[in-house]
Design a binder for this molecule. Structure first.
Ligand SMILES: [Zn+2]
Length: 229
């Protein structure tokens, strides 16, 4: 391995890092600057998304920062990828053999549209990843204890993904994503799912269902050159 991996989920302590939710560009600029300083990356190289609850994956280029998409995949060094959430699942992907990373925003729509499969296909087809080497982390997000949807949406979920992913109107988005990942050849031992429910855990993460006017926290991943000792 000739690189190091930075991967983290930010918290409320890192404040809101999304321009689209609270109309306060200067604060978000400051919060992102603080994040870049904390994790020692160049803010100009950050890649992030105008997230639209789709299953679109983009491969960022060196000179463009923002993409209309819900997932990004890259093998560029020193190029942090950011996904922003408050209840939706922030997902980090990495192949630490080839040096390929990805992020995805999996809310209900992205999950129902199987966004993780699109990420897996790009990693396999465009970056030659062997998916049995790819590790996947689902970050803090709303869990089956709190994720209540309409009866219609719950029915769509059980019809498509099995009866075990719903308890009445409460659905388990993390398990649906896990099933989709396994179907793509991601190994069970390479999937990590945070047990933190953003809504009821009272932990340090924004939750849209707890407060619709909240900010967004992030999933962040980056390849760094390995320091030669
Ligand atoms: Zn909960």
């Amino acid at each position: 391995m000739n690189f190091d991996l930075l991967k983290t989920f930010t918290t409320i302590d890192d404040k809101n890092i999304a321009y689209h939710v609270i109309n306060d560009q200067i604060s978000v600029d400051e919060n992102r600057k603080a994040l870049a300083k904390k994790y020692d990356f160049d803010l100009a190289s950050l890649k992030y998304m105008d997230q639209i609850h789709s299953n679109i994956v983009q491969i960022p280029s060196k000179d463009i920062s923002k993409y209309i998409a819900d997932a990004l995949v890259t093998d560029l060094i020193n190029t942090p990828l950011l996904v922003m959430v408050a209840d939706c699942i922030p997902i980090l992907f990495y192949d630490d053999i080839l040096g390929v990373i990805g992020v995805a925003h999996a809310g209900r729509n992205g999950t129902y549209q199987d966004i993780v499969t699109n990420v897996c296909e790009i990693m396999k087809n465009d970056f030659s990843c062997d998916l049995s080497n790819v590790k996947v982390e689902l970050g803090p997000s709303i869990q089956k204890c709190c994720y209540e949807v309409s009866p219609e949406l719950a029915t769509i979920a059980t019809k498509n993904f099995g009866n075990d992913i719903a308890n009445g109107r409460f659905i388990d988005l993390q398990q649906i994503n896990k099933k989709q990942l396994l179907k793509n050849g991601i190994l069970e031992e390479n999937i990590t799912i945070s047990k933190i429910c953003t809504k009821c855990s009272n932990r340090n993460y924004f939750s849209y269902r707890r407060d619709p006017h909240c900010g967004r926290f992030g999933g962040l991943i980056m390849l760094r050159p390995k320091l030669e000792l």
